[in-house]
Design a protein around this ligand. Structure first.
Ligand code: NDP
Ligand code: MG
Length: 377
């Protein structure tokens, strides 16, 4: 069996990864979370990894006491996460933490020569140039877990070496506010935003899906994963989330990857690539669906995607700035302290700033800290 390091074990992706891992031939070498040790303790008793890490120092100390009967080494803080990510025995690191906190662990894993399965899209958005540079230098694989990117990755298997892809087409569910006008969006609450029609996910990405910021972040993610310029990454709204994304080749052929919406498929593909193994997921019946629908995105009501496109065109620190402001704005919105419509507005305001060009991951982290602290309302 191969050794898996799982960062973000208690989250939506984390728990589904635990479901898939055993089938895919992995044993858990190490697991990490942020602060919720009740759920984590249960997982540790079940999966018995050799190492565990909790970002929050106090929670880590509490956990040590609670699991004193188990032979598990408990680490804490960013150092703990990075140590786990770089464990020499790891065969794959799956990074499913939410937000920028995932950047240094991803870099640590790559630096240690490990393949990384990446769900943590924020860090590719913010530090894509540095992450991809490290991937090339260390000769490792960065395997997408995000469903759209996994779909593109699957449609690219077997492609000829050079210049045959014309366009990537990412699908977007449109989220819970599909069809809403700008005016109607003024009145939405966190509770309404947290009800995603097709996927059950963590709170942050669910709000991102409602604002379409998620699709903007995914355009940037695709730019780095597939080395594709912004103007060759299209988005189509597809309410059913059955077509997970598409690739158009030069000859006009368009390949798509389809399936019932279930994250266990992209997670498993990242774990077993290039193999495919059986899975218990519901099988797709197109006749049962009857019809699938597609729409152009409504950029007037949902400006976040265009803000991300502009940040990507400008390059440098702009994607990191938009991501930082979005993370902070989403937290404020969820706390009832910011109206929904301010999320894309605050992100757009970053485009008016003059930002220094980052030359290292440390610069990206500094820009992130600085932009976050500027968001107050
Ligand atoms: P969740 O909020 O459900 O889970 C987040 C996980 O990260 C939890 O285990 C949490 O631990 C951990 N975490 C939070 N803060 C820290 C920290 N400071 N240090 C270490 N661990 C931390 O999120 P999701 O699983 O939904 O999403 C995870 C990532 O995957 C995101 O980047 C998201 O965009 C991406 N993604 C998710 C999809 C989905 O279907 N859910 C689909 C595609 C991408 P704790 O429980 O202790 O807080
Ligand atoms: Mg996605």
């Amino acid at each position: 069996m191969k050794n898996l390091v799982l960062l973000g074990a208690t989250g939506s992706i984390g728990t589904q990864t635990l479901e898939v891992a055993e089938e895919a031939g992995y044993r858990l070498l190490a697991m990490a979370v942020g602060s919720r040790i009740d759920a984590f303790e249960e997982q540790l008793r079940r999966f018995r990894p050799a190492f565990a890490a909790v970002y929050d120092e106090k929670a880590a100390a509490d956990l040590k006491v609670r699991i004193a009967d188990l032979p598990i080494k408990v680490l804490s803080g960013m150092d703990g996460l990075c140590t786990l990510a770089a464990l020499p025995k790891a065969d794959l690191v799956l990074n499913a933490v939410v937000g920028m906190v995932g950047l240094l662990p991803t870099m640590a894993a790559i630096g240690a020569g490990h393949d990384v399965a990446l769900a943590n899209k924020e860090t590719l958005v913010a530090g894509g140039a540095f992450v991809m540079d490290a991937v090339r230098k260390n000769g490792v694989r960065l395997l997408p877990v995000d469903s759209e990117h996994s779909a593109v990755f699957q449609c690219l298997q077997g492609k000829p070496e050079k210049g045959r892809v014309r366009r990537l087409i990412l699908t977007a569910s449109g989220g819970p506010f599909f069809g809403y006008t700008k005016e109607k969006l003024e009145t939405v609450t966190p509770q309404m935003a947290l009800k995603h029609p097709n996927w059950s996910m963590g709170a942050k990405i669910t709000v991102d899906s409602a604002s379409m910021m998620n699709k903007g972040l995914e355009i940037i993610e695709a730019r780095w994963l597939f080395d594709m310029p912004e103007d060759r990454i299209d988005v189509v709204v597809h309410r059913e989330s059955v077509v997970h994304s598409l690739v158009e080749y030069d000859d006009g052929a368009v390949l798509a990857q389809l399936g019932e919406p279930d994250m266990r498929v992209p997670i498993q593909y990242a774990l077993t690539y290039p193999d495919r193994l059986p899975s218990p997921v519901k099988r797709l019946s197109l006749a049962d669906w009857g019809r699938l629908t597609f729409f152009a995105p409504d950029d007037a009501a949902f400006p976040a995607m265009q803000v991300c496109r502009e940040a990507l065109r400008r390059g440098g620190a702009y994607p990191a700035a938009v991501n930082a402001v979005n993370e902070r704005a989403v937290a404020l919105f969820l706390a009832g302290k910011l109206p929904f419509s301010r999320i894309p507005a605050l992100a757009e305001e970053t485009l008016a700033k003059t930002l220094p060009t980052p030359s290292s991951v440390e610069d990206i982290l500094e820009i992130d800290r600085c932009m976050r602290s500027e968001v107050t309302k």
